[in-house]
Design a protein around this ligand. Structure first.
Ligand SMILES: Cc1cc2nc3c(=O)[nH]c(=O)nc-3n(C[C@H](O)[C@H](O)[C@H](O)COP(=O)(O)OP(=O)(O)OC[C@H]3O[C@@H](n4cnc5c(N)ncnc54)[C@H](O)[C@@H]3O)c2cc1C
Length: 377
């Protein structure tokens, strides 16, 4: 089958690209094995097994996701180790006040730069947007550990900011870039909400264009690309947008270097948590624990997020019944600083969270890919 444009991958990047092309009446096919990707919402249980929250400033991701309940960040217990824990409003956090104020000041400086950067990234490659703003270039290149030391933020970060970063990335803050660090940290100062995703509605919107299948090869031809799929179909396209996870994109295109990835295992549990985990709605852990977060859901069930698949539930619960789980062996591409350019060649663009973590960067990259196609056709 011949198509003008083929998008491969239907996560936030692929869906954002598709909706943009549709809005501009550009023909395309979206090939994906599932809609949503790392957004995995169960409408019956009203639970997310993948990404969980959106922030107030997720302007592009929130066009696809339905914003739900506000997450009250004062209802958090931070666990340093088995004998030390403290709440958001506590003597421990107050003792970090000078460091915390410096941290908030850095977020206030970052915020307008980041908003402008996202807008620029809709219409130009990340590298160009970075060149336009030396502040963004500096934080893109700098490991978060260096930034924290330079700005004298260690006390606040070691106390609780680092635990928030670990909960969101399952990675120690000093292993990620300053851009990812500041972006994720905005969740400590901006309103944060749970969300739902209406997969059926998206299927209806894309019913003419959606093909549920998986690409098994993507081969350059004279006039574009040829894509073979798991079901044995062959497609030819002038433009291709690879919106698959970085590891799949790297494998299908033979790209050797991509960012390293953290793992996340989501356990949905009915039961009684140990009393120290029942004091607040949200428990966030230091990286001394295998769990990064334990959260109570709207219906009194619990979500436990861990970095190992064989977590010992007895550590966190007095009684437990596993009612669901999802294993994300490749959860978040946050380790290292490899850059994956969006323009692979004149016919192929790459979209996704390869260069910046989260639903919003993924959406921005998808819209960017669509804008390139719209501009050139
Ligand atoms: C457990 C967990 C919690 C998270 N929590 C948050 C959060 O609260 N907030 C936040 O902002 N971010 C969060 N993230 C990160 C966020 O989910 C991702 O950054 C974002 O969803 C990435 O979107 P994407 O479109 O780039 O990739 P994906 O969502 O991975 O989409 C890729 C798509 O490609 C498809 N695909 C794969 N292989 C093929 C193939 N061969 N052929 C065709 N299609 C293929 C997949 O099915 C999928 O639909 C979380 C991630 C995880 C795993």
């Amino acid at each position: 089958m011949q198509a003008k444009t083929i998008i491969i991958g239907g996560g936030m990047a692929g869906m954002s690209c598709a909706l943009r092309l549709k809005a501009y009446n550009r023909p395309f096919i979206l090939i994906t094995d599932r809609l949503g990707g790392r957004v995995l919402y169960d409408p019956e249980r009203k639970e997310n097994y993948g990404a969980l929250f959106v922030m107030q400033n997720y302007h592009y991701a929130r066009k696809i996701l339905t914003t739900g309940r506000w997450i009250n960040t004062t209802k958090v217990m931070f666990h340093s180790n088995h004998s030390k824990r403290f709440a958001t409003l506590s003597r421990e956090t107050l003792s970090c006040l000078p460091s915390l104020l410096r941290f908030v000041k850095e977020l206030l400086i970052f915020f307008p730069h980041y908003e402008r950067f996202k807008r620029n990234c809709l219409r130009m490659p990340i590298q160009e947007a970075l060149k336009l703003d030396p502040f963004m270039q500096a934080i893109f290149d700098k490991p978060a550990g260096e930034f924290v030391a330079e700005k004298n933020l260690r006390q606040a970060v070691n106390s609780f900011v680092g635990k928030f970063i670990f909960a969101c990335t399952l990675t120690s803050y000093d292993k990620i870039s300053t851009l990812d660090f500041l972006n994720v940290s905005l969740g400590l100062v901006l309103p944060v909400y749970l969300f739902s995703f209406d997969e059926n509605r998206m299927r209806k919107i894309l019913e003419q264009e959606l093909v549920l299948d998986a690409a098994v090869s993507v081969t350059r031809k004279k006039q574009g690309y040829e894509i073979k799929t798991h079901s044995g179909q062959t497609y030819k396209a002038e433009h291709v947008v690879m919106a698959t996870p970085a590891a799949v994109t790297s494998e299908l295109l033979g790209i050797p270097a991509i960012r390293g990835v953290s793992r996340c295992y989501t356990f949905h549990i009915k039961g009684r948590p140990k009393s120290i985990y029942a004091e607040k709605m949200w428990n966030l852990f230091s990286n001394e624990y295998t769990a990064s977060a334990l959260v109570v859901n709207w219906d009194g069930t619990y979500m436990l997020y861990t970095r190992t698949p064989d977590a010992n539930l007895d550590e966190y619960f007095d009684t437990h019944e596993l009612i669901g789980r999802f294993d994300w062996d490749k959860a978040m591409y946050v380790h290292g600083r490899e850059f994956l350019a969006e323009r692979y060649d004149e016919h192929l663009l790459i979209a996704g969270d390869h260069n910046g973590l989260g639903l919003e960067p993924a959406s921005v990259s998808g819209i960017h890919a669509a804008n390139q196609i719209i501009k050139n056709s």
